[in-house]
Design a protein around this ligand. Structure first.
Ligand code: ADP
Ligand code: MG
Length: 465
């Protein structure tokens, strides 16, 4: 079992680390469980130990956690007899250039304008958005890995994961994270020349450098005067030959000089159409980290954070209403909050659930709350002025039995839940009772116009007509 976990962790690492580093550090790794959740890693030298800790500890721990949902302790032991493949990188001092030290800081202050971090104008002049920082980025299950990786790169550029490729759908926080990385890096290393640019702007700069014969300046800026290049929406350069060519050389120069490269895209490199093969493979050399759509709890946390930051009084029920309607995208979540608060302040009304429903109904007509058995029971009980417990009871009075059967029918037709499951949720009834109910109501729809009208109304209320 423990061996199985170790080998699964390795499989996970293999997908996140480039081939060379994987083979070098992990392929023949000598590790074993000493006791539950405590793994001994044998390494051949102090250097190897420090390297692994510096570069991969967080990632390894994350993989253990991902697989077992338990924190693991990793204990590194130096054992000179351990497989030497871990020493492809020589001990410092044994070669003229030591491993992957972070890019050397420019000896003298560079000629480019240096940011003054508390001066948001200087920051914006460098292309950063001062609003996008780590401290206002909400972390949940969907983005904890990418967040940890971005922080690690921002604090130790060109040491941990290089290049880094962040991918995820629209409005999920790629631009926010790239900005935050740049700002964090500048905070730590104020002399660094950090460039943030979008793929689109980079393309325009290439075009204008060709037009005005300024190729030299362009190359100087991106290849020589750059310690960290953050390039957002890199997919934009796909299909643009000269831009891809320019970026290819920029990438190589920076990579060889051990400068940090971070890219973001809405897709994995292998899925970006019209991207040159040589770029596609380079993009995948380092760490790939995806941002997934936020789960309900993260959506709630984002809404809470944003409303706090903007001094918006957002009651819990409104927060949960918005989080359960705006599902796929943080930008839309923010948009909904802004609309609600603008509407409330213009109308001089407090933010309430009714107000939120009113505001969102026009934009999110297509977004319906996810139906559930409980949701259907709720609406049916409301509709017939009954209690939910009446629907679950065993009483057979017609005034209760028909609504109960209708509710069962709606659950079967719109949720596809099994007969036994419906029976269970209606107070532990037998599945044959549910089958009978569904059959009976299906027939009634054809023969009894009152039942038919009721069902149509209920379907309208449930948003499933
Ligand atoms: P993308 O570049 O992936 O399209 P953005 O970075 O522009 O997305 O994010 C859209 C909006 O959502 C921004 O205003 C950003 O601040 C916000 N946002 C995204 N993810 C988060 C998060 N986890 N916490 C806080 N704000 C977020
Ligand atoms: Mg973006």
């Amino acid at each position: 079992m423990s061996n199985e976990i170790l080998s699964k962790v390795l499989d996970g690492l293999r997908t996140k680390i480039n081939d060379f580093n994987y083979k070098n550090w992990f392929q023949n790794l000598n590790w074993s469980y000493e006791e539950p959740n405590r793994v001994i890693v044998k390494v051949p030298s102090r250097f190897a130990r420090d390297w692994l800790i510096d570069h991969y500890l967080e990632l390894i721990k994350f993989e253990f956690f991902r697989l077992t949902e338990k924190e693991h302790q990793l204990v590194f032991k130096i054992d000179r007899n351990t497989n030497k493949t871990l020493e492809l990188f020589p001990e410092p001092g044994q070669s003229e250039k030591t491993d992957t030290d972070a890019p050397a800081l420019p000896a003298t202050p560079v000629a480019v304008q240096q940011p003054v971090l508390n001066n948001s104008r200087a920051i914006s002049d460098l292309g950063f958005n001062p609003k996008y920082r780590f401290d206002n980025y909400v972390v949940g299950q969907s983005n904890q890995f990418v967040h940890a990786a971005c922080q690690s790169v921002a604090c130790q550029p060109a040491r941990s994961y290089n290049p880094m490729f962040v991918y995820g759908g629209v409005g999920l926080g790629k631009t926010h994270l790239l900005n935050a990385m740049g700002l964090e890096c500048l905070k730590k290393y104020p002399n660094w020349r950090v460039i943030y640019i979008t793929g689109e702007k980079f393309t325009n700069e290439v075009i204008s450098s060709i037009r005005y014969g300024k190729g030299y300046e362009l190359r100087k800026r991106f290849r020589e005067n750059c310690d960290m290049l953050l390039i957002d929406d890199i997919q934009f350069i796909a299909g643009k030959e000269r831009t891809m060519e320019e970026f290819f050389h920029t990438f190589n120069t920076l990579y060889e000089a051990r400068k940090q490269i971070v890219m973001s895209s809405d897709q994995l490199p292998k899925n970006i159409p019209n991207l040159e093969e040589r770029l596609r493979s380079r993009f995948s050399w380092g760490l790939m980290a995806d941002i997934q759509t936020p789960d309900f709890e993260t959506r709630m946390a984002i809404l809470r954070k944003k409303s706090e930051d903007d001094n918006i009084l957002l009651p819990d029920d409104v927060c949960s209403f918005v989080a359960s309607h705006v599902l796929n995208n943080v930008r839309d979540l923010e948009g909904a909050l802004v609309r609600i608060s603008a509407f409330a302040s213009l109308a001089k009304l407090p933010i309430t659930l009714d107000l939120a429903k009113e505001v969102l109904k026009n934009i999110y007509t297509d977004i319906k709350p996810r139906l559930s058995v409980e949701g259907i029971q709720n609406k049916v009980a409301d509709f017939y002025n009954l209690k939910i417990s009446d629907l679950k009871s065993k009483r057979r009075h017609k005034n209760l039995a028909v609504p109960r059967q209708i509710a069962m029918y709606l659950c079967k037709t719109h949720l596809g839940v099994s007969f036994p499951e419906i029976g269970h949720k209606f107070g532990g009834k037998d599945h044959t009772t549910v089958m009978h109910a569904v059959k009976k109501i299906s027939k009634c729809i054809d023969s009894d116009s009152a039942t038919k009208a009721d069902i149509q109304n209920l379907e309208k209320i449930l948003g499933v007509e």
